[in-house]
Design a protein around this ligand. Structure first.
Ligand SMILES: Cc1ncc(COP(=O)(O)O)c(C=O)c1O
Length: 479
């Protein structure tokens, strides 16, 4: 089978011959992204299909042990189309297209026929093979070759010295702060526009968050705002590369190093983004990533801390493992945590990392498609390009709409089975963080007007056209 996988295209790969194995059919169903594989005989005539749900049932029953192949496992296909039929609105997510002899000639895809989440993992045959391999190795806990490989490969890709894999991107931030010795009495500067995990971890570490507004052009922490917020108690700053948008790290590092402040980058949403040509997460004393299911690299749940200094990396590893040094088992010099990732998760991560460029290219294509179809709709704006030194990536596609139309827009998209999400709420306005709240007009405005458009692997031209119709219908009314 070809190794290259292209996201968001008609899934010609979701097809195999009757004598193929069940595992071959599964791999093609995964790569095709349709959750099913069509099965044909020697004359290319359609015999039936195997869905991933069918395959799961067969695996649970052990049916594959009886020499079952794709031809015997295939079930009849509910809906087929004839070559030459008008393929608009055929009422299913996909259907095989047959010629007059019943041979499979195409697969028609309509991604708007079923619910489209804002993001979903795209797991290919590569993740499947790695996870089976990790399982069969019996190294399913937090030691194993995939952990070592994932840490080394991720650090290399992000141009950092060391990678320390963790159970998620929240504990990786917490681990980083504890590892740097940040705690009670210390202040950590954090932007108002971020997911709550950023500030939560500062509070978990016992430190005091100092919330600052974001820059109106970049939407991220601005070095001058950061410097103004420094007090004698400031020990750390947490630049958050929100929505794939890199912070100006060269300038932030200059201020931080001059003022003796630790930099804990939160790159949970920005795998592969760069500033001055260098990947985010590699500038700070630590860089933290999330591998939650909607991220550009996913392990289901998972995280990673990057560090450039070997001593810090070693300390983070010890703290991640209950505070226990590898050479002195069951001896604890300090209180640690169990923040480990499993080898099964890392197995998925290795394959996902290998496919990162392809994922980024797909999400960038989503952004391009939406712009092509939607630019000019009254009241809708897409972010302006960032400056030359910024290398943003697409995580979700961001746009802004009039605040008073956002609820109606989200509801209208839901009616069309498309998940449109509002931006995060600014931290300062929420009850949990009100005591740290500051006036943050830019973040306020962004959080009241921002929407995230889907970047699911299933987004294609038709999805973008439907989005455009829905937006035009709602925003076209007296905007
Ligand atoms: C900016 C930011 N920081 C931290 C996290 C926490 O990551 P996780 O969900 O893996 O704990 C997220 C998660 O989405 C995030 O968006």
């Amino acid at each position: 089978m070809a190794d290259g996988i292209t996201l968001g295209t008609v899934a010609q790969r979701a097809h195999c011959a009757a004598d193929a194995s069940l595992f071959d059919a599964i791999e093609r169903a995964l790569d095709g992204g349709l959750g099913r594989c069509y099965v044909t005989d020697a004359s290319e005539k359609l015999i039936g299909e195997i869905t991933l749900d069918d395959a799961r049932a067969l695996i649970r029953d052990g049916a594959y042990l009886s020499g079952l192949n794709a031809g015997t496992a295939a079930k009849p296909v509910a809906k087929t189309l004839n070559k030459g039929d008008a393929l608009m609105d055929f009422g299913a997510m996909c259907a095989p297209v047959l010629d007059k002899n019943g041979a499979l000639v195409d697969i028609a895809v309509d991604q708007t026929a079923s619910f489209l989440p804002v993001a979903e993992p795209y797991l290919s045959h590569k993740e499947f093979r790695n996870v089976v391999d990790a399982f069969l190795s019996t190294w399913i806990s937090s030691q194993g070759q995939y952990i070592r490989d994932f840490e080394a490969l991720f650090a290399k890709r992000m141009q950092a010295g060391y990678g320390i894999a963790t159970s998620n991107g929240t504990v990786s931030l917490h681990l980083a702060m504890v590892g740097l010795g940040i705690g009670p009495g210390d202040e950590v500067i954090v932007p108002d526009l971020t997911f709550a995990a950023s500030i939560n971890t500062i509070i978990h570490a016992g430190a005091t968050p100092v919330i600052v507004d974001v820059d109106p052009d970049t939407w991220v922490l601005d070095p001058a705002t950061f410097e103004k917020a420094i007090t004698p108690r400031t020990r750390g700053v947490m630049p958050v590369h929100v929505f794939g948008r890199p912070c100006p790290m060269t300038e932030i590092m200059e201020v931080a190093l001059r003022r003796g402040i630790y930099v804990i980058e939160d790159a949970a949403e920005s795998h592969g983004a760069t500033y001055d040509g260098r990947p985010v997460g590699s500038f700070g004393h630590t860089g933290s990533f999330s591998f939650f299911g909607n991220k550009n690299v996913t392990t289901g749940e998972g995280g990673m801390v990057l560090a450039n200094e070997s001593e810090l990396a070693e300390r983070l590893r010890v703290l991640r493992d209950h505070g226990m040094k590898p050479e002195k088992r069951y001896w604890h010099d300090e209180v640690g945590y169990n923040y480990r990732m499993t080898n099964l998760q890392a197995a998925i991560g290795v394959a996902q990392l290998e496919r990162l460029d392809e994922t980024l290219a797909h999400r960038e294509r989503c952004a391009k498609l939406y712009r092509e179809k939607m630019e000019g709709i009254p009241g809708l704006t897409f972010p302006k390009p960032m400056g030359k030194r910024y290398g943003p990536v697409t995580w979700f596609v961001c746009a802004q709409v009039p605040a008073d139309k956002r609820v109606a827009l989200i509801a209208a998209c839901k009616e069309h089975a498309i998940d449109l999400r509002p931006f995060f709420n600014g931290l300062s306005i929420m009850p949990a963080y009100r005591r740290y709240g500051r006036p943050c007009p830019t973040s306020d405005h962004l959080s009241r007007t921002g929407v995230n458009l889907p970047t699911s692997p299933r987004v294609d031209e038709k999805v973008a056209s439907v989005m455009a119709e829905v937006f035009l219908k709602v925003l076209g009314k007296n905007s």
